[in-house]
Design a protein around this ligand. Structure first.
Ligand SMILES: Nc1nc2c(ncn2[C@@H]2O[C@H](COP(=O)(O)OP(=O)(O)OP(=O)(O)O)[C@@H](O)[C@H]2O)c(=O)[nH]1
Ligand SMILES: [Mg+2]
Length: 539
């Protein structure tokens, strides 16, 4: 009997709450309101223009969408609630009122609603700007939080942020550390000093102003909250770097420690160009305002120009990150799980983002840190042909459109020893570990669509995970983590080359007196190899 009554009452309460969802669409919001998700000014006059919403405005009611009214009279709802409460021993049971109020305070434009709820992407409605434009909007003496994704580190960092600004006011936050670590206590351990040392070298960052976090599960957010200064903080960074998600985590942490409710938090999405204007979040009890900004993208939109829209959501993060328990980590154990042996003289690709042609006599192991299907082809010409005439059997290999192969550019990778990571802006990275090249006879070639930035680095895991100590008790004692060496580069750019040069010509051009090859042949390990052909990339 009680059971039956409980079910009836519950059904009634649930039903009585349902119409309030529809109520969101017709509730009124103040004129000049902004979308609480992207910051764009709301309008309800033109569905074809940005900022359109079905909400009506207090002084400007243009549209009242037709909705069916399922609501039960208020007195009846009250009676049901009372009955339900008494059945539940007067435990708190929420009525539908508060959710209506909350909806009123969080109006959203149709673009955000569609992106968040229906995963719909309209490129024209997504906004990115250049770094220069982003910086010109921010006061010259402002405090800046430069948010950088771990996925394509350090390509998200740029020295342009420092131009004409006081370096002591720029704070660097590396987000998405869950892609590299699977425990929170590693986030600010010694291994993450690597990020500070690299940013100091490549963009001139103050190494004491670098922190690592994972906004997704709030690792490191507590430390970040107390580490960040007070005042107005502008969160800048590449599109999809995780600025909005980080602000959301900081707001939630503030609510928790200071017991101050933050009305709304920024919209987060895996579609690029989501945030469309400045959005302020005031933490009164901390005298701090967090300001979300429009993300920047490379000129010509970089990879986004080539993406098939259904594959865009997979870009900002990884389904299967290559995280390892640092204490158990050995590069070999990573290879056992994910290595693919690949014999040279074919071109290898993931998703069609790039085509890698290793030297003919080389076998290759790879560790993908990006999403997309792996495939190989007999030659670059065959790869172009297949992409242009993709039939149903191979169509699913590609995450990019046909423009990508029409704009392929040939590059060479400077000679390297052991494994390296190839890092692709906004896509991720690929660790390649060649085996069986006692003598260098050819260079690695990388064909990439125009406008996609790639750099090569010594494997990131080598620096951020503790090293395996030698078992021999007499071996010299080493520090737990490798330091970024002072006397050699651990990052290099790749070099564009003419399509028609033969491989032998390229090698001669790159190492005309043979000294790099000589150094390679005499090296015993990656640590003793000085990377003589490497050139520091400009960021
Ligand atoms: N794995 C992981 N993913 C994250 C993390 N933070 C953000 N993301 C994801 O990265 C994507 C982009 O996050 P946003 O916060 O919207 O990025 P944004 O920098 O504000 O992007 P724009 O508004 O386009 O400039 C979303 O899919 C997030 O879920 C994180 O700490 N870990
Ligand atoms: Mg955003």
């Amino acid at each position: 009997m009680w059971h039956l009554l409980f079910h009836c009452a519950r059904k009634q309460v649930v039903r009585s709450v349902q119409p309030m969802v529809a109520f969101r669409l017709v509730s009124s919001v103040p004129l000049k309101a902004k979308c609480t998700s992207c910051g764009y000014k709301l309008q309800n006059s033109d569905p074809g223009k940005p900022g359109y919403t079905k909400y009506s405005f207090e002084e400007n009611v243009r549209e009242k969408p037709q909705i069916r009214n399922h609501s039960i009279p208020q007195e009846k709802e009250q009676a049901i609630l009372e009955e339900f409460r008494s059945m539940m021993g007067n435990l708190p049971v929420k009525s539908s009122e508060p959710s209506a109020n909350k909806a009123d305070k969080s109006p959203m434009c149709l673009r955000c609603y569609d992106a968040v709820h229906h995963n719909v992407y309209n490129p024209e409605e997504h906004v990115t700007i250049s770094v220069e434009d982003a910086m010109s909007e921010i006061p010259s003496n402002a405090k800046i939080v430069h948010v950088i994704s771990a996925l394509d580190f350090p390509l998200g960092a740029t020295s342009k942020v420092l131009q004409n600004r006081d370096p002591s006011k720029i704070y660097y936050v590396i987000t998405k550390m869950d892609l590299f670590f699977n425990r929170d206590h590693y986030i600010n351990s010694e291994g993450t000093q690597y990020f500070a040392q690299v940013l100091q070298r490549l963009v001139g960052a103050d190494p004491s102003k670098v922190r690592c976090v994972t906004a997704r599960n709030r690792w490191g957010v507590r430390d970040l909250y107390s580490w960040l200064p007070q005042g107005n903080l502008y969160f800048i960074g590449e599109t999809n770097s995780g600025k909005s998600r980080l602000i959301e985590s900081l707001c939630r942490y503030h609510e928790y420690v200071k017991r101050e409710e933050i009305q709304s938090t920024p919209g987060v999405s895996n579609w690029p160009g989501f945030t469309r204007d400045f959005m302020k979040y005031i933490l009164h009890k901390r005298d701090t305002t967090l300001i979300d900004t429009v993300g920047f993208a490379p000129p010509q939109e970089g990879i986004f120009k080539y993406m098939l829209s259904e594959h865009i959501p997979a870009l900002p993060t990884l389904k299967k990150p290559p995280t390892q328990e640092p204490k158990d980590h050995r590069l070999q154990s990573l290879s056992v799980k994910t290595a693919k042996y690949y014999s040279g003289d074919r071109v290898f690709s993931i998703g069609g983002y790039f085509y890698l042609r290793p030297p003919s006599d080389c076998a290759l192991r790879i560790f993908p840190g990006m999403s997309g299907k792996q495939f190989n082809q007999h030659s670059i010409e065959k790869a172009i042909h297949t992409s242009l005439n993709r039939d149903r059997a191979v169509a699913s290999n590609f995450s990019v459109n046909k423009l990508a192969v029409q704009h392929l550019e040939r590059h060479v990778i400077p000679i390297f020893y052991g494994a390296v990571d190839l890092v692709f802006r906004d896509i991720g990275f690929l660790t390649i570990a060649p085996t069986g090249i006692p003598k260098i006879r050819e260079l690695f070639e990388l064909w990439i669509p125009k406008g996609i930035d790639v750099i090569v680095r010594e494997p990131i895991f080598k620096y951020i995970y503790p090293r395996t100590m030698p078992k021999d008790p007499n071996a010299p004692r080493l520090s737990k983590y490798r330091k970024v060496p002072e006397d050699k580069l651990i990052y290099t750019k790749i070099f564009p080359v003419d399509e028609h040069r033969t491989r032998a010509e390229l090698l001669e051009e790159f190492d005309s007196n043979g000294s790099i090859r000589e150094h390679f042949e005499s090296a015993k390990s990656q640590d003793s190899y000085r990377n003589p052909g490497w050139v520091q990339p400009e960021l």
